[in-house]
Structures are given as C-alpha cells and as structure tokens.
Design a protein around this ligand. Structure first.
Ligand code: 5GP
Ligand code: ZN
Length: 117
C-alpha cells in the first residue's frame, strides 16, 4: 500500500523510533531531524511519516502531505533563525539520492553557491 512503512527503510525506522536521530521538530504528519553528515551549519531533513520513495511520488499520492514538508521547511529555518536557506529533493541515484524515503534537505547558515554541483 502506498504510504505504508517499509521494513528495509532507514527513515521509516527513524519515524518509528527504532533508529536514533536528533529530532528538531515533529508534527502529526512529519518529522525533522539533523543530517548525520551535515553539509552546512543547518542541515536538517524533513520527511513525511508515511513512506513515499521520492518527491514526485509523494506529490502525486498526497499533495497536502507534500505541502506539509514545505511548511515544515520554513519552520525549521525559523527555528535556526535562517533568513535564506535552500530546499533540496535529490530524486534518483544520478542526483545523489541514497535513501528512498522522500526527504527535503534544508541547508543554511553559510553562503550557498548557485548553481549547485
Ligand atoms: P540523499 O543522499 O538520499 O539525498 O540524502 C540522504 C541523507 O541522509 C544524507 O545526507 C545522509 O547524510 C543522511 N543520513 C544517512 N543515514 C542517516 C542516519 O542514520 N541518520 C541521519 N540523521 N541522517 C542520515
Ligand atoms: Zn520509509
């Protein structure tokens, strides 16, 4: 079933509390936690509690939940007092996606170059 927890998914395990994480925010539908390998002073991952493989699958299946992620991105930025920040959804292995449970990277706290690599 779309959205159901996956046994082999690291981020489902974080949602379930079976893998520890530094959680910065939680809502009924989302969890935000610090990336284990931060690429900026603020590097937080915002995920839906429900399992969807990537942003496109999520947006097609549950647009309101996709909007929850974007709303939480701003909340994370506000909590870390970021005036500017970047939201990244790596989609597909060629773009660097390694965990196939959709996550928004929230990056900030340093100058961010454009275009990214
Ligand atoms: P992706 O490469 O799929 O866009 O992003 C996956 C992110 O998850 C990476 O930035 C990686 O550092 C992070 N990550 C991988 N394993 C863990 C973990 O066990 N805990 C946390 N907090 N982050 C993780
Ligand atoms: Zn998952």
């Amino acid at each position: 079933m779309p959205g159901e927890p996956q046994d082999d998914c690291l981020f489902c395990k974080i949602v379930e509390g079976h893998v520890p994480a530094t959680i910065v925010r939680e809502t009924p539908t989302t969890v935000a936690f610090r990336d284990i390998n931060p690429q900026a002073p603020t590097h937080v991952l915002v995920i839906p509690k429900a399992h969807y493989a990537n942003a496109a699958v999520l947006a097609a299946a549950d647009p309101a939940l996709a909007a929850d992620l974007l709303r939480e991105a701003q909340e994370v930025a506000d909590e870390d007092k970021l005036e500017s920040y970047r939201v990244v959804f790596n989609t597909g292995t060629g773009a660097g996606q390694t965990v196939f449970h959709v996550h928004a990277h929230i990056l900030g706290g340093r100058g961010l170059q454009w275009p990214p690599g």
